[in-house]
Structures are given as structure tokens and as C-alpha cells.
Unconditional design. Structure first.
Ligand code: PRP
Length: 180
């Protein structure tokens, strides 16, 4: 049942499951014979990532980072604060950075810069959703689930004020909820 706060469903549960399974198969093919390290960017990526890893038939490891932007005035510089760093070194590892959505691209741009400095064997960027219309900073996404309209979307990990992450689909939030 569609949540009452949604204008419409954008990606339903089975559409998400099919695409995530395809992405998992593609990653398994691309990383055959390797043990990639998937890094999830908290919190939005967790629902996607936990589904994705179960579709990757390979030995792999997971880790997480938590970041937030410094605020609107400095956000244009792409600086984000690290609240939780990785547990282990990524040197010589094949790293796949997992996001739920790429909007301006500033978060991934910043993370890419700091992760590359740690000398991984390779670094690929993977996002379930790509909102190209909102892009400020170019990011080189290797894996993209869907191109997303420039609407306020929630569900399947994506939130509004911390809520709606548990919806099993992605929907457009009604304007009456966020006053847009
Ligand atoms: C969202 C999303 C990305 C970032 C993308 O995280 O998960 O990390 O914003 O935006 P950008 O491309 O404009 O940088 P958010 O800060 O909402 O935190 P959350 O993952 O905890 O919801």
C-alpha cells in the first residue's frame, strides 16, 4: 500500500529488486577472482547495500563511513565532516563505494578524494539513484541503478528528517509534507 505522504511511487519494490539483482550480477562478473570491499555511506545506503551484497556471488567484505556536510555556506566547497571512519586500511583493496543517491555530487567527490589518497588497488562508485539535474561536481559513477527525476524522493533508505527509510519502495514525497 502506498504511504499516505507520497505523491506517487517512483520505483516499486519489484523494480528495485530486479535492478539490484542485475547490479549484483554485473559486479560479480566485473570482480571475478577478487575480494572487493564494499563501503556504504551511512545512513541512506544501508537498505540498498544489504540487498545488493546478497546478490553478489563472490567473496567480499563490507565497511561503512558516516559523513555529513558542514552546512550550506561551505557545502559548495565539497567539504564534509567524517563522523565514522573505516575500520581497516583500504590499501591495495578493490573498493566499491556505495551510495543511495548522488545529488550535487559533492559528497562522493570529497569521499573519492580522501579514499584515493589511501591507495586502494581500485575505486569504483556505485549509486542506486542518480539525479543528474542537481549535479554541481562531476563524479564518475561506474554502477547506477536508475536515473532519478529531480523530485523529493524517499524510501528504501532515503529519508526526510530521518523518516521513511523503511518504505520498501521509492516514492515522491507530497509537497504538503515538506512545504515545498
Ligand atoms: C545523502 C546521500 C548522499 C548525499 C548525496 O545523504 O545519502 O550521501 O546526500 O548528496 P550530494 O550528491 O548532494 O552530496 P544525507 O546527507 O541525506 O545523509 P543520510 O545518508 O544519512 O540520509
Amino acid at each position: 500500500m502506498e504511504h499516505a505522504d507520497l505523491e506517487r511511487i517512483v520505483f516499486d519494490t519489484s523494480t528495485l529488486a530486479d535492478r539490484v539483482a542485475q547490479m549484483g550480477r554485473q559486479i560479480a562478473t566485473d570482480y571475478h577472482g577478487r575480494t572487493p570491499l564494499l563501503i556504504g555511506v551511512l545512513k541512506g545506503s544501508v537498505v540498498f547495500m544489504t540487498d545488493l551484497v546478497r546478490q553478489i556471488d563472490l567473496r567480499l567484505e563490507i565497511d561503512f563511513m558516516a559523513v555529513s556536510s558542514y552546512g550550506d555556506s561551505t557545502r559548495s566547497s565539497g567539504e564534509v565532516r567524517i563522523h565514522k571512519d573505516l575500520d581497516r586500511s583500504i590499501e591495495d583493496r578493490h573498493v566499491i563505494l556505495i551510495e543511495d543517491i548522488v545529488d550535487t555530487g559533492l559528497t562522493l567527490h570529497f569521499l573519492t578524494k580522501i579514499l584515493r589518497a589511501r591507495k586502494p588497488a581500485s575505486l569504483a562508485l556505485c549509486s542506486l539513484l542518480d539525479k543528474p539535474e542537481a549535479r554541481v561536481q562531476t563524479v564518475d559513477l561506474r554502477y547506477v541503478g536508475f536515473t532519478c527525476p529531480n523530485d523529493f524522493v524517499v524510501g528504501y533508505g532515503l529519508d526526510y528528517r530521518g523518516e521513511y527509510r523503511n518504505l520498501p519502495y521509492i516514492g515522491m514525497l507530497s509537497r504538503h509534507v515538506y512545504g515545498g
